[in-house]
Design a binder for this molecule. Structure first.
Ligand code: ZN
Length: 405
């Protein structure tokens, strides 16, 4: 497509074109010919996917992880462009563009989303305070908002070209669906339940070997014990079984047998019916919760691989990839800060300072025998964005990233 056709077809003004160029530079897509957008709602296992592709193929692909335009605004400071427009712009620039979304079963997704913001948003208290709350109190809140959170499917409801040409069904043989739009744009949908096959699937689709690693698991995060207790003790109210039966995405993404097994598993033991908030009640709940929130709800994601392609990071990446393939514990997380800046700082500055902006969700416990003034373990230290201006490493998640059907 030539410039004029592109401008006309997508109804792009000259100002918008300039803005898109600026965004592309800011997010580091101007220096690569192969782009992967992991463009999906939060809490679907995407952090692990992002790190895996970066670890295996940063020399080929630039991977951008984005949940919505709000998050894009935080990453770039730019507003007024949509993610679809950035996708189209890169296709126009004749880059090979992949857009990936993930499906996760509803209850697990809702639980994960709820716990991601339980303290700062839903109860407006500290993590420590939440730990003192009774389980019934937490479960009650979860049930009140159950039908409203963790909703929506980007692949079928947000990806423009898929909405135009919806797939008839999920492919249960290959375990993915993909849609090729024109020469250079490919949309892909995976299921979290197939994550043990993602390596194989992505190696085929991306035409390069992809090794999958586990990343950002909740058991390493604060409130991990409470979350586990919640999952172990949660019993589905009986009327929520109907919610599952009526869930059309569950019917789309699971085979009849998988769906039956899933619903069966959750309806083996149920408790009495619970009335979730109505749409209007939930609107009021959201409004008041937004207004009450006393701490800015920005949750940074810590990737195992931040995707920096400087020499030192690339060298470490090759070593770590070999280690992972051989089942050896990796020497380091692939963070430019951890690999290049932190070791020098530790040498020079021991013992005085612990980084200032350690986020609240960082695990509290430092091993007991370690003297307090020693910096915390390197893997939990956030990477300051200024180290890699074109390579955003900390992805912010806002409470506003909820996606409604
Ligand atoms: Zn680097």
């Amino acid at each position: 497509m030539n410039y004029q056709d592109y401008m006309n077809y997508h109804n792009i003004s000259d100002e918008k074109f300039e803005l898109l160029k600026k965004v592309n530079t800011k997010i580091g897509l101007d220096k690569t010919l192969h782009v992967i957008f992991v463009y999906c709602p939060p809490k679907l296992g995407s952090t692990s996917l992002v790190s895996s592709i970066r670890l295996s193929a940063s020399h080929i692909f630039k991977v951008l992880h984005v949940h919505d335009e709000q998050m894009l605004k935080i990453l770039t400071g730019i507003e007024g462009v949509t993610i679809q427009e950035i996708i189209d712009f890169n296709v126009f620039l004749e880059k090979k563009v992949y857009v990936i979304d993930i499906y996760r079963e509803p209850i697990e997704r809702k639980m994960s989303e709820f716990f991601g913001k339980i303290a700062s948003y839903h109860f407006n208290v500290t993590n420590r305070r939440i730990e003192s709350y009774s389980l019934p109190r937490i479960i009650k809140r979860f049930n009140q908002i159950f039908t409203h959170i963790g909703e929506g499917d980007y692949y079928l409801e947000k990806y423009r070209d898929i909405i135009t040409y919806p797939p008839p069904h999920f492919d249960f043989v290959t375990k993915y669906i993909s849609h090729k739009e024109g020469k250079n744009l490919i949309y892909i949908k995976l299921r979290l339940r197939d994550s043990n096959k993602w390596g194989e699937i992505l190696s085929t689709l991306l035409r390069t070997e992809i090794t999958i690693i586990r990343d950002y698991e909740r058991k390493n995060l604060p409130l991990a014990d409470l979350y586990q207790k919640f999952k172990d003790n949660y019993i589905l109210p009986i009327n929520f079984v109907d919610y599952l039966r009526n869930d059309r995405r569950l019917s789309f993404y699971l085979t009849p047998d998988e769906r039956k097994e899933y619903i069966q598993r959750w309806s083996n033991i149920t408790e009495q019916a619970f009335q979730s908030f109505s749409d209007n009640e939930y609107k009021i709940y959201s409004m008041i919760t937004d207004e009450n929130q006393s701490r800015i709800d920005i949750e940074s994601e810590h990737y195992f691989d931040d995707g920096c392609i400087c020499r030192e990071c690339s060298k470490m990446r090759r070593l770590v990839l070999r280690q992972i393939k051989h089942g050896v514990k990796p020497t380091s997380r692939l963070s430019h800060y951890v690999i290049t800046i932190k070791p020098k700082q530790i040498q020079q500055e021991i013992p005085q300072q612990v980084p200032q902006q350690v986020p609240q969700q960082v695990p509290q416990q430092v091993p007991q025998q370690v003297p307090q003034q020693v910096p915390r373990p390197i893997y939990i230290i956030p990477t300051p964005q200024k180290q890699q201006p074109n390579n955003p490493t900390i992805v912010m998640k806002l409470r506003t990233s909820r996606f409604h059907r």
